[in-house]
Design a binder for this molecule. Structure first.
Ligand SMILES: Nc1nc2c(c(=O)[nH]1)N[C@H]1C(S)=C(S)[C@@H](COP(=O)(O)O)O[C@H]1N2
Ligand SMILES: [Mo]
Length: 218
């Protein structure tokens, strides 16, 4: 992203770059389930649970989300503050590197971009680290996080997100493998340099693009 321009203009610039790259936010209308499956993936029955096996006991009452690092307004959001942000719904597919995919998940929550418009990442903020209550971490370029379909999700298919799937609040980043979508999100930090997360330092791809079969580093 460019230096010295306000955050909302940086979003516009990112979108222009995505358009040039011919990126499609969702599979085209009328595409078959097969077209929608990235290489090496199969469609799962139901929604599998995958994590490190630590189930943090976060409730909507005890929930706190800290935003820190390179932003104008570092803050702590409680559940009420999350609901005060613009609410969004989005349908997307979800692809785990262990080869299962789920289609047509109906998510409700807050666009990461709308959260950014509150806390205002500074011009040197280029990367984001997500930290979870089980101490899991994952990293992404800020530019990837301001996409339309990147959400902090509190509901799935019309119901509150359950604890197993990262409730009360998790990230959903549909265009990357699912390990980039942190469950039980606890803090979000902006920084100038990239900081590889839990799986990224254990041999998994830093970029994690399902349609490129981009699973492992090197
Ligand atoms: N906090 C946390 N988030 C996490 C993980 C984890 O272990 N801890 N695992 C990741 C992986 S590898 C996957 S596939 C998805 C699985 O999400 P699900 O259990 O809701 O299917 O969560 C991702 N986010
Ligand atoms: Mo995964």
């Amino acid at each position: 992203m460019n230096e010295d321009i306000p955050f909302d203009q940086r979003i516009v610039e990112a979108k222009i770059r995505w358009a040039r790259a011919g990126r499609k936010p969702l599979p085209p209308e009328g595409s078959t389930r097969r077209d929608r499956l990235p290489p090496g993936q199969h469609e799962a029955k139901g929604w599998p649970v995958l994590d490190l096996g630590i189930k943090p006991r976060v409730t909507r009452d005890s929930f706190r989300l800290e935003i820190l690092g390179a932003c104008m307004h570092p803050s702590v959001f409680d559940w009420g503050n999350i609901l005060e942000l613009p609410q969004t719904e989005c349908v997307s597919d979800f692809h785990c590197v262990t080869t299962w995919s789920t289609f047509d998940n109906h998510w409700a929550g807050v666009r990461f971009r709308d959260l950014c418009l509150k806390v205002l990442p500074t011009s040197d903020a280029r990367f984001v680290t997500f930290t979870s209550s089980d101490n899991y971490t994952t990293n992404l370029p800020l530019e990837a996080c301001v996409d339309d379909d990147v959400l902090l999700v509190h509901s799935w298919n019309g119901k509150p997100l359950d604890l197993d799937h990262g409730g009360p609040l998790r990230m959903i980043v549909p265009k990357r493998y699912a390990w980039k979508s942190a469950k039980w999100i606890k803090s979000i930090e902006f920084h100038a340099e990239d900081r590889p997360g839990f799986w990224e330092v254990r041999g998994y791809s830093n970029t994690a693009f399902p349609f490129d079969d981009d699973r492992f580093s090197s």
